[in-house]
Structures are given as C-alpha cells and as structure tokens.
Design a protein around this ligand. Sequence first.
Ligand code: NAI
Ligand code: CS2
Length: 479
Amino acid sequence: MEHNLSYDRSHLRPRAVHLGVGAFHRAHQQGYYDDLARLNQSQNNDWGVVGINLTPPDLSATHTAQNGFYSVLTEDGDGADCRRIGTLLKLHDATSAASVSWDDIEFVTLTITEKGYCHHSGSMDLDVDKVAQDLASPQTPQTAIGYLAWMLERRRQAAGGPITLASCDNVADNGLLLASVLRDYVARAFPALSGWLDANVTFPTSMVDRIVPAMSSASQARLEAACGYHDGLGVVAEPFRQWVIEDRFASARPAFEKVGVQIVDTLAPYEHMKHRLLNGLQSSYAELGRLCGHEGSHGAATDPDLESWAGVFLASQAATLDCPQGENLSDYGQTSLKRLQNPTIHHPLNQIASDASFKLPQRIGAPAAERIAQGMSAEPQAMVLAGWAFQAGETHPDSGGVITMDPLGATIAALRNRHAGSATDLAQAILALSIWPERLREDADFATCVADWIKAFAGEPAEACRAKIGAFSREMINA
Ligand code: NAI
Ligand code: CS2
C-alpha cells in the first residue's frame, strides 16, 4: 500500500479548476493530475487543481482539516491499492466560489451531473428557478452555467487570455452541450461577452470512465481499514480508468498523454461505445435487474439469466457502433460485463437508475432508433424501456437506504397511474415524451414491443421476470 506522496506539493500551482468535486472527480481526474505530479518534476509538471462545489455537500472544511489530502482505494477480486492524492489544492463551496482567482487558470473541467446543465435541447431551461434568478442577477450566480459566465466575463474585463472548458459528464456530445448552453446564457446575461467567448474559449468533448459508486458506510469502513486513517474525502473505485479528450485546447494543458489520457481528433466513437455498451448495460441492469430482485450491479451481472442477457444486449448495441481506433467492441463489451462483476464494487442499481430520463436517451433511445432505421429489431432496448416504465418515479429506498431520484420521475409515475389498465396506452405515453429521438417516438412497432414487455412483467414476481429475461436471451443466442 502506498501512503506517502512522492512529490513536493509546493511545486504545484493552481492552473486548473474543476466544477463538481464529487466522488467521481476525486477518484478519476485527480488520479491523472497526481500521476503527472509524480513524474519527474523537472518536466514542469506543476498542474494543481482548485475545486468548486456549487451544491451540497460542502466538503471544503473537511479538505482544510485534512490539509488537502485524501485517499483513493481501488479494488477488485484480485487485490487493493490505496493511493494518497495531493493535487486538489483548494476546495471551495458556493459561498466562496466567486472569490476564486481565475487569473492563472487555463483548463476547466466539469462533472456537475447530467441535470446540472439546466438545459432543454441545448438552450437554458428558463423554467428552472435558479436559472431565472441568475438571469435576474448574473453577478451572484447559483447555477454552474451562470458561474462560468460570470468568471469569463470578469476574465474578459481583465483582458485575460484564452481558456479551455471541458465537460466530463456522461451526456451526449458534452462539449457541444456546454458550449451551446453557455452561449445561450451569455447572450442573455452578458451580451458583450459573446464575441470574446467565440474567440477565446474552446469546448472539447470528452469521455471519462471509472465506476465510482457513492460512498456507503461499508465502503467507508473498507477505505479506512486499507488506508489506515479516517478520511472524510476518500473514495473507493474500481481499478479500470479511461479518459479520452478531443484535441481542441485554446490554452496550455497538462501533458496528460504522459499518464495515459488519450487526446484524439474525433471523440464521438469513444463516447458512443461507452454510453451504449458499459453505461447501457448498467442502465439495463438498473431497470431489468431491479425487476429481478437485485439491488446492486454485481448481483445482476453475476445472475446467470442476466449474464445471458448481457451477451444479447451488448451485441445488439454494438451493431450500432463505429469501432474507435485501438478498441475491439466485443472485447470492450466483455470487459464491461467483467467490471460489473467486480465483487468489491457495490454499485446500487437505485443510484444508476437516478436521472434515468437524462441517461436512457443516449444509452438506449439513440441505439434503438438507429437499429429501427436500419431495419433491425430493437427488442432488447424495448425491454429496458418497459422496465423503466414500471419503476421510474418509485422512491422506495433499497436495503442500504439508497433512493432513485429523477426530475421526470413524478411525470412517469403519473402516466403509470393514469394508464394502469392499458400497457399499450402506457407505452405510447412514455414514448411520446420529447426526450426520445423522433424516429423512436413515431415507430408503432416499437411501441407495441414495449407494451408487450410491460404486459409480460406486469404483476410478476422477481423469479418470473428473471425467467422471462433468461428465456428471451437464450432464444436469441440460439437463433
Ligand atoms: P456525486 O454525487 O459524488 O457528486 C456530484 C457533484 O456534482 C457534486 O460535486 C455536486 O456539487 C455537483 N452537482 C450536482 N448537481 C449540481 C448542479 N445542479 N449544479 C452544479 N453542480 C452540481 O456524483 P459523482 O459520482 O461525482 O458523479 C458526477 C457526474 O460525473 C455524474 O453525473 C456523471 O455525469 C459523471 N461520471 C460519474 C461516474 C461515476 O462512476 N460516479 C463515472 C463517469 C462520469
Ligand atoms: C453509471 C455511471 O450512475 C450511472 O449512471 O452508469 O456513473 C458509470 O458508473 C460511469 O459512467 C462509469 O464510468
């Protein structure tokens, strides 16, 4: 186990900002900065990060109390490794975020969750209260977009230099989305900033990957047993990690390629592969695995019926993908399943099902629409949406107290109640939602398929749902 830093933190400078210092950022991107700091310091590896959390929980006091250090425990069935991280130089909450100096900041990353972009089809969602409040007083912003706009406006006024903003959230075309929402907000709040933004800011898309479940009392205990001290910022994650960024930097950037980050010209194939295979499988387990009585992805992924399901689902999704350079889609799918079978990572299906209305469109809806457009069956995707139709809006905690939250949850629950007597009406109502690709909303056969699976699952105990999914999967495999 490694407990000590092998570098002198006084060499690090605040050159990067990260918005949304949740479990994921602490376990993933900080590891790459930390790897860089561990390289020979004569190579000017002086990148340190200032973290900003605009929403609770406020971790800044804990960060200060721990002198800015925390640990990441990575584990799987083969072993564990405890890494101490020292590159998160400072952590701010909403009360001090506006006081952060961006003068030396050249690279900004975000993991603010799917709904943190407060958007509707790439424009600001003006129905969100905080958006309206930010537009009314843009110099005291509460949203992430409002905050970024205010910081950039101050940079413009101070004749500051170009800067790169990289969304790292699991949303489709995350760089394009960030650019589009920010431009829309800036045009309304700081019109004079629009031209500066176009000339000085780039928005590379990126794909980030490491399974980092929310901390539980059990993972906290394992972390502290392995690392040897109480750690209020520590996280437990799987060993696997990947970060691919589009090569569109407006300013200096960390030499990430030295520590395994892939800098590529075209990001979409990597993003689609991850969203549709790994994330798609996770979401399929969240919707179907819970119907089969499972609470965590490990239980679902090691259930023989759902393991058969994985083979069918992954092949169906892979048929919609262009293989990124250096990857093999079949191997990627198998590795994804194996990662979910990691016995030490307890990822609650209720957590994965959270915000499903933001996740399923790119994970399930887009590949389903593409399969239909190419004349292929989209039955595996219809099964996932049938499972979602049953459970969206349910807020019963699992045995660990984890509940599912989704901004559209109440809407889906209301549709379910209204159409309780008709699977056909329920399927049509959920598919009419604007979150789905047009092709999917218009396809009567797909709606019938979703309705058939709603009927197949309705009122059935977990054992029967599992048997039906297993039988379907074996039939597909043998076909
Ligand atoms: P978390 O719950 O530990 O942290 C969420 C972070 O987002 C917090 O820092 C919070 O301040 C910020 N946030 C939440 N709502 C916000 C809002 N409305 N405006 C501004 N900031 C907001 O979650 P975690 O694990 O850090 O994941 C965050 C995101 O990272 C995910 O939604 C996903 O897009 C991405 N991600 C997560 C992975 C994981 O395995 N946990 C893996 C790959 C990507
Ligand atoms: C998960 C992801 O909660 C979820 O939606 O599917 O957070 C997943 O664990 C990561 O994308 C893995 O990189």
